[in-house]
Design a binder for this molecule. Structure first.
Ligand code: GLA
Length: 382
């Protein structure tokens, strides 16, 4: 039975009848990590792993929600002050609230949903959930909220109900994702461009370290604060610097003694990464995957040594990729565990995967998981 059938069966048992189906996706990011909240570029795409939800209005002011994956049922009133305790239900609650804040109508509904985005792997299962519901409510209540605002509904849900001060990348990718294309987004101007991505002779593959760090959200928020500190210091000399991504490297050097060593390293990474996304775009236009890959390795170095969001397991996977002559490899997403993304030549693929699994297992006592990347559509009605 596929996911949709399972949901349908459960929905029928719990609520009777049938509703409409909506879906959205997790994401990968080729390059441009921790640049979104710094006004820089990102380069994500939606993937073929996501959330599917069946939804039907119930004529009350309550939401009745069932998560198949957690086998949990939650009810909440749309006028209640406090979000439900279950983290998955917080996302739905937040999306309802944030839709209303933007003048959208929301009334009670029944929903059953399930997903296949691996949790904690850095593939944005939460953005997939937020975008599914943001898109669905907009459709069902005919609210006419534009797509960027739908992405921001998800982002504000993270900020206001889940304690993560994230940027816009995940929700953007999840809402705007298109089959076969990556999207380069300028997070300051919100200009974006679709890049058809079909690197002949290469595969993109994720290796999931299966490591999840409990304190990831506070560490993430701390990185964001460091960037803001650095931008503030640079702005004193260069008032045009609105975001850290506006700063030149030499401007950072000018304030070296005015900010902490840690804030300096974080900013050094971000300024380098903003440029790397542009360099990757140029290289992609030329079909120059060696350069794309080399820049991915540079990003990994920066995320590991300067931004300090990697971990032993991810550094190990990155090192094995290098040893196996993989074209590009780096930790992907927020970090603190999760996956590496690898750009690997077709003929090296099998060898790389088997060596990575073997060496990783010997060192860490468990296998990494392997996900082939298929770039797919984002939020939609099924
Ligand atoms: C998480 C956040 C994004 C982005 C990435 C790092 O996925 O949700 O906004 O900052 O980390 O690039």
């Amino acid at each position: 039975m596929d996911m949709k059938e399972k949901i349908q069966k459960k929905f029928e048992t719990l609520f009777g009848g049938e509703g409409d189906f909506f879906a959205s996706a997790g994401r990968i990011n080729l390059i441009g990590e921790h640049t979104d909240y710094n006004g820089g570029y990102v380069f994500p795409g939606a993937i073929d792993k996501g959330i599917v939800a069946e939804i039907k209005l119930n004529g009350t002011d309550k939401v009745h929600a069932y998560s198949l994956d957690y086998d949990e049922y939650v009810e909440f009133g749309l006028n209640e002050e406090d979000a439900p305790n279950q983290s998955w239900a917080k996302y739905i609650f937040g999306v309802c609230r944030e839709t209303e804040k933007r003048g959208g109508k929301v009334e009670g509904f029944n929903t059953a949903f399930a997903g296949d985005v691996p949790l904690g792997a850095g593939l944005s299962s939460s953005a997939a959930l937020e975008s599914t519901f943001a898109y669905a409510l907009n459709y069902l209540f005919n609210n006419g909220i534009d797509k960027f605002e739908l992405a921001k509904i998800g982002q504000s849900t993270e900020h206001n109900y889940c304690g993560v001060n994230c940027g816009i990348m995940d929700q953007f990718a999840s809402v705007f994702g298109r089959k076969g294309s990556l999207i380069r987004l300028n997070c300051k101007t919100l200009e974006y461009k679709y890049f058809p991505f079909d690197p002949k002779g290469y595969k993109l593959v994720l290796l999931d370290s299966c490591v999840k760090h409990e304190l990831a959200s506070s560490a993430y928020n701390k990185r964001r604060k460091s960037c803001e500190n650095a931008a503030l210091a640079i702005r004193k000399n260069h008032p045009e610097v609105e975001f850290l991504s506006d700063a030149k490297r030499v401007w950072l050097d000018e304030v070296r003694n005015n900010i902490s060593g840690e804030d300096f390293l974080r900013a050094e990474y971000v300024i380098g990464e903003v440029q790397r996304v542009l360099d990757v775009s140029d290289a992609l236009e030329r079909g120059d995957y060696d350069t794309v890959g080399e820049l991915m390795y540079q990003t990994h170095f920066g995320l590991s040594r300067l931004y300090e969001v990697s971990c032993e397991e991810l550094d190990f996977l990155n090192k094995i990729a290098r040893q196996c002559d993989v074209t590009g490899s780096r930790v992907m997403g927020g970090g603190f565990g999760g996956c590496t993304i690898n750009l690997v030549k077709d003929e090296l693929y099998d060898k790389f995967i088997s060596i990575a699994i073997e060496k990783f297992s010997v060192k860490f006592g468990h296998e990494p998981k392997v996900y082939d990347v298929v770039i797919s559509d984002g939020a939609r009605k099924l």
